[in-house]
Design a protein. Structure first.
Length: 413
């Protein structure tokens, strides 16, 4: 029996969706490892619970809001239980294999977005507050921004402005990064741990999982096995390679000692940047994008580290800055529609409007949500005073007193 094109496309989405689900755990190990073993454990808890909540919400109507029929035109789809029934798989005519595969891949992408926020705020807020925030944030931010991208005909970004965003950089990178920054601002400044408390094993494991998983995310963004699939895969490899080498070069110049962490951060920044652009760039422009994104992220991470908001700020900076760089880069160098080929800035303007609108809107909504939770059910695990050590909040503390951070060795220390 010969497989049909629909079955081949569905298989691609199933495989890429499964690889994408490696990213939440990888992010938890990578970012948590920067704070020690116990920090990695808590980050993993937040990533897994956020993923579980995302899948449950998607089944209970959220997928319809993400990619279903319009509910509020150009803004969000109507809640639907089609995914809960397998799009009618139990009916006489059966369901569409491709529809189910696409739904799974999109929910996996949503899990990545939620996990980015969860990993970034894991050391600051309670698990109870996180679950409530994740549910509200998905409805108010993730689904509307995702609809703007994934509803190709009706979404305000792709359908109205003509924005190009192959892999969903707006909901996965920009919205998640800006939202995490809003929550951290509501919580206050965290402890800045010295490098000696890092767990190199967790960092290396997490970086490898993110690298493989994100390649799956970008490769599956086309949603089909066609002429673009090979180009998307190669562009992703080249962007990550360019980012890896560029960040190591920055560390070689500034610190005289490039590290495994810098290599992984560079590869990650390149992958995030190529996420929206993987299908519209030639190989040379993709390599340059990885380099540009890594240089921009390395610079911003260095500046952000001086604000002493903790290691999770590096994740926020990378996903936000690299996503914006990738979106704007499309407006300049996209094959056919970019400024270099078309001679006008129409696409660049549309990309910029979409990127910064999502950035500002997600930040404001998330900050308001976090403040509302802070003054109602409680938000933070610890209270901080300027110039002093963190003070445990006995009403909100969720870890045993005296729980120390794990220490690890490695070439990065």
């Amino acid at each position: 029996m010969v497989a049909t094109s629909e079955q081949v496309d569905a298989l691609l989405l199933f495989v890429c969706g499964a690889l994408t689900l490696l990213i939440p755990s990888g992010l938890a190990f990578f970012v948590g490892g920067l704070g020690g073993r116990s920090a990695a454990s808590r980050a993993l808890l937040f990533a897994l619970t956020g993923t579980a909540a995302t899948v449950l919400l998607g089944i209970l109507g959220g997928y319809g809001m993400l990619a279903g029929a319009p509910w509020i035109a150009h803004v969000v789809g109507a809640p639907s239980f089609d995914l809960a029934t397998g799009f009618g798989a139990a009916g006489p005519h059966g369901g569409s294999l491709y529809e189910i595969a696409r739904a799974g891949a999109l929910l996996a992408a949503c899990a990545v977005s939620v996990s980015i926020v969860g990993v970034a705020v894991a050391s600051r807020i309670t698990l109870r507050a996180w679950l409530v925030f994740a549910a509200l944030w998905s409805v108010l931010v993730l689904y509307p921004v995702g609809y703007a991208v994934f509803a190709l005909d009706d979404g305000w970004a792709t359908g109205v402005l003509g924005v190009i965003d192959f892999g969903g950089a707006l909901p996965i990178g920009v919205a998640a990064g800006a939202s995490a920054a809003g929550v951290i601002l509501a919580c206050g400044r965290g402890e800045h741990r010295p490098p000696g408390e890092r767990s190199f094993g967790a960092i290396a494991l997490g970086g490898a999982l993110v690298w493989v998983g994100w390649l799956g995310l970008t490769t599956g963004s086309e949603g089909a096995v066609d002429a673009y699939t090979g180009l998307i895969a190669m562009n992703s490899f080249l962007a990550s390679a360019g980012g890896c080498l560029a960040w190591m070069a920055v560390d070689r110049v500034l610190l005289r000692r490039p590290t495994t962490t810098s290599a992984l951060c560079g590869a990650f920044s390149g992958l995030v940047a190529i996420t929206p652009a993987s299908g519209v760039l030639t190989l040379g422009w993709s390599l340059l994008l990885g380099v540009v994104a890594a240089l921009a992220c390395a610079t911003m991470v260095d500046l952000a580290s001086r604000a002493r908001f903790g290691a999770s700020m590096a994740l926020i900076v990378i996903v936000t800055v690299a996503s914006l760089v990738g979106l704007l880069y499309i407006g300049l160098f996209a094959h056919g529609g970019g400024m270099v080929d078309s001679g006008n800035f129409d696409l660049f303007t549309a990309q910029g409007i979409a990127g910064f609108s999502v950035l500002i809107g997600s930040f404001v909504v998330s900050l308001c949500l976090a403040l509302a939770l802070r003054f109602t059910m409680g938000l933070t695990r610890v209270r901080y005073r300027a110039g002093s050590e963190p003070i445990p909040d006995r009403d909100l503390q969720t870890v045993p007193p005296g729980g120390g951070e794990g220490r690890g060795g490695g070439e990065d220390h």
